[in-house]
Ligand binder design. Structure first.
Ligand code: ADP
Ligand code: MG
Length: 383
């Protein structure tokens, strides 16, 4: 991102000096659909980010401009309402949450640009929310903690985007650290940084470039199915509040007889939480082969049991399964499109990308994008 250009674009529109903030997109090594079940996740921030240039205003107005959409939006701080412009809602939602927490702040100008691919499962939406939250906190000296910036952003996504997401994406965007993944316990909110030692290998994302419309409704439905499973177990073990505390044995006894579909969904989550714990050990031991196998197992679970994959994602994971130099692969993110994440040996990356592009095009008549991932830091001032 050209920061000088960002600044001058801001000046041209708003006629004043901005502060620049960046907040990254994220990948997730393993731990899918576990965040809203109080489980573990293992995301990392990437070197693709949303950038915002911001300044305070003397009045109570919010003036927004999106470079990608070439659109302006104006709103009053005193009466923040949802807009038909999807992109503006992520920003308005954050301002609304900060206000609801009782913080006082002035109107602001915000110019937005970024290079996180939209809707690819790299969480451009969380990056946008977290950039906004970081910027408003900084501009007004509100003293909001990093964890609260993430929580405010998550709540904004619930209320202004209508996606009842867990905390992983916003957490990763705020807390990411270059060359590290972060293992987060979504129940205690404790986290540890795990060095990403991938010597000789890299993480490669293959973007299906599809996002099936089922995604948001299926996501919300899965959440309800998990809650139902917990409720059936809780009837016998009152202390249990989430799938984090549930064993496969409990599911066999109390959920399977009631509803086989809900059983399958809950079982995936319970097993996926275990896989994240194993993956942390494997990364610490440098055992990338074992980690790769776990990723394939996660994909199998997401596709067959949790049923959030799609034919494009399954095709990509199948394609790399027997490809020399690929240790592991799985769909990443909520599902029904977006990217797969792959561990690939350095010297096999180019040939893999070349061949998978050809096959994908042949199969779906669609172009595939590939990104070799570099990790990056979480939300920060951009200078
Ligand atoms: P994901 O978070 O997986 O990228 P979402 O559908 O949750 O996909 O969020 C994408 C939305 O976020 C876009 O439709 C747009 O409204 C907003 N957005 C993301 N990046 C930008 C950007 N650079 N400029 C404007 N809006 C953006
Ligand atoms: Mg999103």
């Amino acid at each position: 991102m050209d920061l000088q250009l960002l600044k001058s674009s801001f000046r041209n529109i708003f006629n004043t000096e901005p502060v620049l903030v960046k907040s990254p997109g994220r990948i997730n090594i393993i731990g899918e659909h576990t965040d809203y079940n109080d489980g573990f996740v293992m995301p990392a921030a990437i070197n693709k980010a949303i950038y915002v240039a911001v300044s305070k205003r003397d009045d109570h107005e919010i003036h927004l401009y999106s470079e990608s959409y070439q659109q302006k939006h104006v709103s009053s701080l005193d009466n923040i309402e949802k807009s038909e412009k999807g992109w503006a809602n992520y920003i308005l939602g954050v301002a609304d949450q900060i206000k609801k927490r009782g913080y006082n702040f002035t109107g602001f100008n915000l110019y937005l640009d970024g290079n996180v691919p939209l809707g690819a499962g790299l969480s451009s939406s969380a990056a946008l929310e977290c950039a906004t939250a970081f910027a408003l906190n900084h501009l007004n000296g509100l003293g909001i903690s990093q964890m609260d910036l993430a929580l405010i952003s998550q709540k904004a996504e619930h209320e202004f985007a209508g996606v009842n997401c867990g905390i992983m994406d916003q957490f990763a965007s705020v807390f990411g650290k270059k060359n590290h993944a972060v293992m987060l316990d979504c129940r205690s909110m404790k986290y540890v940084y795990i060095p990403l030692n991938l010597e000789g290998y890299k993480l490669v994302l293959l973007n299906t470039n599809v996002k099936h419309s089922l995604a948001d409704s299926a996501y919300n439905k899965r959440r309800l199915q998990c809650e139902q499973g917990v409720a059936w177990v809780k009837a016998h073990f009152p202390k249990i509040n989430s799938l984090r505390d549930v064993s496969v044995g409990m599911l066999d006894e109390f959920v399977k007889p009631k509803d086989l579909d809900i059983y399958q969904k809950c079982r995936f989550v319970v097993e996926e939480i275990e896989r994240v714990v194993k993956a942390a050990d494997q990364l610490a031991n440098g055992d990338l082969v074992a980690l790769g196998e776990l990723m394939f197992a996660t994909h199998e679970g997401l596709s067959t049991n949790y049923e959030v994959s799609c034919k494009e994602l399954d095709f990509l994971v199948n394609f790399v399964k027997d490809f020399d130099g690929v240790l592991g692969a799985r769909m990443m993110g909520g599902g029904f499109g977006g990217c797969t994440i792959n561990i690939v040996r350095d010297e096999r990356i180019d040939v893999l990308i070349e061949q998978v592009k050809i096959s994908y095009k042949k199969e779906f008549n669609l172009d595939l994008d590939a990104y070799v991932v570099e990790t990056g830091n979480g939300s920060e001032l951009a200078v």
